[in-house]
Design a protein around this ligand. Structure first.
Ligand code: GLN
Length: 231
């Protein structure tokens, strides 16, 4: 008789814009995608009994990729918004965030969002940061493919400020940008991140939500949170 085949685990195709530390970024040595979101989705995959495969893509390509069925879920520090929820479903919220601003370390005039009127602002294309910055009176908005490019433009003097998610700004300042830049002002918004899933795929949404619940109950969510955000 033939030996029984080991059943292959189902694959969960995960899309992410992987230059958004500490949520998703590439480890320089191992070249692996690491970060809070990456640990969380791998833990979710384990709960679901599926093999997680991460695909890196542009942030503004994530929802189209879900709609086209090229990926099963998107985890990318993505804020749950009413507009996005028209196109995709979201898991239960898994992280509280908000927008803040980054200016040059020696800038003493830009302290609040009000001070950004008439200024040059760098943002990442397709993000809540881009949406909010566009509401600022007379501001010139420069859109970049990712947050690191926006930070680089600030460093180069091409813009006066970057508007972007607070935890990512803080991580940038702590890791690399601290000599050149600083985070100022109160958070502009209160946002929640969710995992985006195709509206056609309600079964996956239910399984993802169940997995998140289990990880919160068994302490794994807390462990991952402390790994990336514990002081
Ligand atoms: N949270 C922001 C948004 O959803 C930014 C996400 C990101 O740049 N990865 O628009």
């Amino acid at each position: 008789s033939k030996p029984a085949e080991t059943p292959k685990a189902k694959v969960l195709k995960v899309g992410s814009e992987t230059t958004f530390a500490p949520f998703e970024f590439q480890d320089e040595k191992s070249k692996e995608y690491v970060g809070f979101d990456m640990d969380l989705i791998r833990a979710i995959g384990k709960e679901m009994g599926v093999e997680v495969q991460i695909q890196s893509m542009g942030f503004d390509g994530l929802i189209p990729a879900l709609e086209a069925g090229n990926i099963d879920v998107a985890i990318s520090g993505m804020t749950i918004t009413a507009e996005r929820a028209k196109k995709v479903d979201f898991s239960t919220p898994y992280y509280k965030s908000g927008l803040s601003m980054v200016v040059k370390v020696d800038n003493d005039t830009l302290k609040t969002f009000k001070d950004l009127e008439g200024k040059r602002i760098a943002v990442q294309i397709g993000t809540t940061g881009a949406m909010e910055a566009k509401k600022i009176k007379d501001a010139t908005i420069r859109e970049f493919n990712n947050a690191p490019e926006a930070f680089m433009e600030l460093k180069a003097g091409g813009v006066d400020a970057v508007v972007n998610d607070l935890p990512v700004n803080e991580y940038y300042i702590a890791q690399a940008g601290g000599k050149d830049a600083k985070v100022v002002g109160e958070p502009l918004t209160s946002e929640e991140y969710g995992i985006a899933i195709s509206k056609k795929n309600t079964e996956t949404t239910e399984k993802v939500n169940k997995a998140i619940e289990a990880l919160k109950k068994n302490g794994e969510y807390e462990r991952i949170y402390m790994k990336w955000f514990g002081k």
